[in-house]
Structure formats: C-alpha cells, structure tokens
Design a protein around this ligand. Structure first.
Ligand code: IPE
Ligand code: IPE
Ligand code: MG
Length: 261
C-alpha cells in the first residue's frame, strides 16, 4: 500500500471537528506551545491497521493543529517529529516516518508560505538521506524571513545532545578568547540551543496518556505548564487544543513567587 492510500484511508477514521468551541482570550493563551505527538502506533493497533497508517493519520492531525495555532495567533509551536532514540525502531518504520515527514512538509510548503509560517528544524539533519535533508533545508531557507507562526520541527532531536552541543560551542568560544566563563548566562546559553532566541515553552502537551518528557526540549521547558492528554495524536484536533488552552488559562503560573492577591 502506498503512503498516500494509507493517509486517505486513515483520514476516514478521523472524527469531524466541531467549530462551536472558542479558545480563551488572547492574553491568556500561551506564546510557545510544544507538542509531543504520541500514540500513532496505538491508534493504528486499535483499528487493526499497520503502524504506518497511524503515522499517516498523525500528519492529518498535525495539519489541523498547525492551522489552529495559526488561527489562535500562537507565536511559537514546537513539534517532536523524530527523536534521537527513534532510530532504534525497525528500519522500515524509520524509513516510513522520514518519508512521511518530508513529503508532508513539501506538500504543505505553499500553504505555510501563504500563512507566513517560519520553519526551523531543531536537531541534526546530517543523518538524513541527502534528498530529504536538502528538502528540509530548502523549506527552512524559503520561510526564514516569514513573520507569522514560528514552527519548530524537532527531527533527529535529543534534549541532552542539544545541551551538550551548546556547552561545547560556549567552551570553544572561551578557549578562543571570544568570551569568558563568567559570560555564560541563561541568555548566552539559550542562543547556542536550536531554539536560539525563541521564548521558552509556556505549555507542553503530550498526547496518548504517557507521562514523560522523552528527551524533548529539556532546557526550554524549565517552567512550562504540562498537560498529558489521554487522546492519541491522530485523534487530537482543534477542539482538544481549545480544551487544553482553557486548562492552561486556568493554571496559576507563580514562577516561585507568592500568589498575587
Ligand atoms: C508517535 O507515535 C510518533 C513518533 C514517535 C514519530 P508512536 O509511534 O510513538 O506511537 P505509540 O506510542 O507506539 O502508540
Ligand atoms: C517521543 O515519543 C518521540 C516523538 C513523539 C517523536 P516516543 O513514543 O518515541 O517516546 P517513548 O518511547 O514513549 O518515551
Ligand atoms: Mg510513542
């Protein structure tokens, strides 16, 4: 079966979105949302479909959530698409995932350009096959000056490796005399991470009921609110997002201070 057939079949299983819910007011929305898009495999298993059908259905959910984040004027959206640990999956699943990810962004690029979305890849693309790496770099280049939603795509990404990479870059600058160890601060360290000067994550949503970070944005989520949604990613939609945005708006973010009266 071709990936496009699986995607079409999987789409039929997806629930229709109701348009009757409204998000919380703009000032109560997070500026940066990170998504751990989990549960594609279990979604497929529940329907006796191959795991690849779950991943294909997952791209449909992604399209809806990107549109919703754009509509709700979310500043930054970071998605976990492929972790450094995901290489340990069977080779055919790794290949399907790679193909789907590249194909998805190539098919979406025009709409993303139209919406003014800026794509930034977080992670090491060197391990990708030439053609796919080139396609992703081109998408990043083409959208780099866009002023709309900032879409960060974590691909071959690992949070620990990102921190080590930043530490190495700063050490090198110190050795070369370009900076002093005392100049290492939250700001200078952040600039060496993949997300550079992006605002830290306000809200992290992980679908599928798993309650862990799985090596995602360890530095940037230091004070994030976390929501573990029970929904499998392919079933996650605009209404689920609105529900989670209301949950976020109801949270009391104190950052270690005493609650304001
Ligand atoms: C998340 O779904 C997608 C990626 C890791 C790319 P999974 O494939 O992890 O689905 P489950 O967790 O096995 O259900
Ligand atoms: C995290 O999900 C990675 C992505 C969503 C890309 P996994 O399914 O790979 O993580 P674990 O194995 O449950 O920790
Ligand atoms: Mg998983």
């Amino acid at each position: 079966m071709k990936i496009s057939d699986i995607a079409r079949a999987a789409k039929l299983f997806r629930k229709k979105t109701k348009a009757d819910l409204l998000p919380p007011p703009a000032e109560k929305r997070p500026r940066h949302i990170a998504f751990i898009m989990d549960g594609n495999g279990r979604w497929a298993k529940k329907r006796s479909l191959p795991r690849s059908a779950g991943h294909a259905a997952g791209t449909e959910a992604l399209r809806e959530i990107i549109r919703a984040c754009d509509e709700f004027k979310i500043e930054i959206m970071s998605i976990y698409a492929f972790s450094t640990e995901n290489w340990n999956r069977p080779a055919d699943e790794v290949q399907t995932l790679m193909k789907l990810i590249t194909k998805y962004f190539l098919s979406e690029i025009d709409e993303l350009m139209e919406k003014g979305v800026r794509i930034r890849i977080l992670g090491d693309l060197d391990a990708f096959p030439d053609e796919q790496r080139q396609a992703l770099i081109t998408a990043q280049e083409r959208t780099k000056d866009n002023k709309g939603l900032k879409l960060n795509i974590a691909l071959n990404y690992g949070g620990r490796m990102e921190i080590i990479r930043a530490a190495r870059a700063l050490s090198e600058k110190c050795v070369k005399g370009e900076m002093k160890p005392d100049d290492i601060s939250v700001e200078t360290f952040s600039l060496e991470t993949y997300t550079k000067d992006d605002k830290d994550v306000d809200l992290l949503i992980r679908t599928s009921g798993e309650k862990r970070l799985s090596n995602f944005l360890l530095w940037q989520t230091w004070y994030a609110e976390i929501i573990f949604s029970p929904v499998y990613w392919p079933d996650y939609n605009r209404d689920e997002l609105i529900k989670d945005l209301h949950e976020y708006a109801s949270r009391d973010r104190r950052f270690g201070k005493v609650k304001d009266k």
